[in-house]
Design a binder for this molecule. Structure first.
Ligand SMILES: [Zn+2]
Length: 77
């Protein structure tokens, strides 16, 4: 029936701002297999996207793409 519809199932959260983005449009920067930066965050970090050619200048991803593992930081109660 509608098996070929443009579903939004592939939306992922931006690793910086948490905005939902869809990698299939090619406007977000892939940090890894499961981490993405949205277009706005990528540009703010110095990335330059060329239509059809992808990211000509990679955004600064310092501090991003960190695995979502719980750190052992001790917070004062
Ligand atoms: Zn973002």
């Amino acid at each position: 029936m509608d098996h070929d519809r443009q579903s939004l199932d592939d939306e992922v959260e931006c690793a910086h701002c948490g905005e939902l983005v869809s990698p299939r449009f090619g406007t977000c920067y892939a940090l890894g297999d499961h981490a993405f930066l949205c277009f706005e965050c990528s540009v703010q970090r110095g990335g330059r996207l060329h239509a059809g050619l992808g990211w000509m200048v990679r955004p600064d991803t310092t501090g991003l793409a960190a695995p979502a593992s719980s750190r052992g930081e001790s917070s004062p109660a």
